[in-house]
Design a protein around this ligand. Structure first.
Ligand SMILES: C[S@@+](CC[C@H](N)C(=O)[O-])C[C@H]1O[C@@H](n2cnc3c(N)ncnc32)[C@H](O)[C@@H]1O
Length: 484
């Protein structure tokens, strides 16, 4: 995922909040922003929402020029409208951040061509400067005001930098009516009606989920002709139409399986509870995120917190029954729920010990410390290798579970240093390779890449993908079997 820590994603929407949330969802699918703020008069329960009074078209433009700078803490913001979003994170260039303003080029022949504000990157400095020197009314359209009428003043008196056309045309497209601009890898776009996105392949979960709804909601919006009635006086009528549209959109969502609940769910919505039967059309990506939240916050074993996916732990039980190890080395124990569960399985098998290794055992539950099969070594795993080896006797069958920091370097070091301890037919299980390979979080590169790197020069192990029995696993490619 593209990290834009110093960029705030901003949307200002007085007409169709749902469409705006779709556009923001697509941007957030590709990029991690420093902050996300959606300014709207609609009452909607979502941490991204900042409530503002109802706004007409001119209010929108005034708000951008006069007030927006007060709400942005990052150096830049990406301003989107409901009909524009990021299409290609690989189209991003850090060069974009060297300018105070960049938006899709217009077709003027006087050199004042950059650019369209509907999908535009702006510096906080530009916003602050404009709030002082740009005079209205009229305030609309604000992008023309900034980039054409005031451009020279902003450049010459304040040192504001507008991106050159060549760079702006890599940043975004926005065509003219009748001659749609064909998208060809640019970072983003604005305006469905003046662009041709047929070359864009939405990511799989968008193509089966969000994308059909994006197109469908756009058609609905046009049909409702909402853009024709943007004014403060008619806002109540718009709100009524919007409510009707929402009902239609809910139907679309259900039919297309679109809109994961995190983008649509309102606390009052009886269709958005946290239970299975109401979420059957949720994408796998969103399902994994929900499982992760519950693993982190709700999962215990025998009353002790365990940070373990139960699908994987069932597989552990199968492996332990087959291998019947004498020693399990668990690197990373934390509260000890998983350590205790491993010891209980060994109780059942009638043999074996668990060596628990962690830099910090202060959180470990007493019941874990007290279990006779569990012994502890406190310290950085790679520095404790000798102490760990002392717990292994000559003919012991050894299985290792690496579940510590999940950084690429540490995981690779642990794999390289400990792999010779794992006995033939047994396993080296590397946890949390799902990070950035199913879950959009954690170090990148991380465990997944460390496994691949480790196997490049070690042929004693092979990945046993038959152990990914339930499809959902926190350890994709993480069950390494010693084969020689
Ligand atoms: C994800 S938690 C372990 C969760 C536990 N295995 C479970 O399933 O409940 C990670 C643990 O690894 C420990 N850790 C991080 N880096 C480590 C290192 N280099 N050596 C040993 N332990 C480490 C942390 O202190 C933390 O307690």
């Amino acid at each position: 995922m593209l990290r834009l820590d110093n960029v705030t994603l901003v949307g200002i929407e007085g007409v169709d909040l749902n469409q705006m949330l779709l556009a923001a969802a697509v941007c957030q699918h590709y990029c991690r922003f420093g902050a996300v703020k959606i300014f709207t008069p609609f009452d909607y329960d979502d941490e991204r929402i900042v409530r503002i009074p109802p706004l007409s078209y001119d209010d929108y433009n005034r708000f951008v020029i006069r007030s927006l700078h007060e709400h942005v803490e990052t150096n830049h913001l990406l301003l989107i409208q409901h009909d524009g979003f990021v299409l290609n994170p690989d189209g991003w260039s850090d060069e974009f951040l060297e300018y105070d303003y960049i938006g899709a080029p217009w077709q003027f022949d006087d050199g004042l061509n950059v650019g369209n504000g509907g999908f535009s990157l702006r510096s906080k400095r530009l916003l602050e400067t404009a709030s002082e020197c740009v005079e209205g009314p009229p305030w609309s359209p604000e992008d023309r005001l900034l980039c054409r009428r005031y451009r020279k003043v902003l450049e010459e008196d304040y040192g504001i930098r507008f991106a050159p056309v060549s760079l702006a045309s890599r940043f975004s497209i926005d065509g003219v009516f009748g001659e749609p601009h064909v998208w060809d890898g640019e970072f983003g776009f604005h305006n469905f009606r003046t662009t041709d996105l047929s070359k864009w392949t939405p990511p799989p979960d968008l193509s089966v989920g969000l994308w059909p709804a994006v197109k469908r909601t756009w058609e609905l919006e046009r049909r409702a002709q909402l853009t024709a009635v943007r004014s403060r006086r008619t806002w109540r009528r718009i709100a009524r139409e919007h409510a009707q549209l929402q009902t239609e959109l809910d139907t679309v969502r259900r039919l297309t399986g679109a809109m994961p609940s995190q983008f649509t769910g309102s606390k009052e919505d009886p269709e958005d509870p946290e239970f299975l039967e109401s979420n059957l059309d949720m994408t796998l990506r969103n399902t994994l995120a929900i499982i992760q939240e519950r693993i982190l916050n709700r999962t215990t074993y025998s009353g002790v917190k365990a940070v373990k996916n139960p699908f994987d732990f069932w597989v552990y039980q199968e492996i332990l029954f087959e291998v019947k190890p004498d020693v399990i080395i668990e690197i990373g124990n934390q509260y000890g729920g998983s350590t205790l569960a491993l010891a209980h399985i060994l109780d059942h098998l009638g043999k074996g010990v668990v060596v628990g290794v962690d830099v910090d055992h202060s959180k470990l539950a007493d019941v874990v410390r007290a279990h006779p099969r569990i012994s502890l070594i406190t310290g950085d795993a790679c520095r404790c290798l000798d102490a760990i080896k002392e717990r292994v006797r000559e003919h012991d069958k050894v299985l290792i579970i690496e579940d510590s920091s999940h950084t690429y370097r540490n995981t690779l070091n642990i794999l390289r240093k400990f792999s010779s301890l794992v006995t033939l037919g047994s396993y080296f299980i590397v946890e949390d390779s799902v990070l950035n390979h199913g879950l959009d979080e954690g170090p990148s590169p991380g465990p997944y890449e460390a496994i691949e790197e480790f196997l490049r020069d070690n042929d004693c192990f092979e990945i046993d993908r038959t152990r990914e029995s339930f499809l959902i696993t926190w350890n994709p490619k993480g069950y390494l079997k010693r084969i020689r």
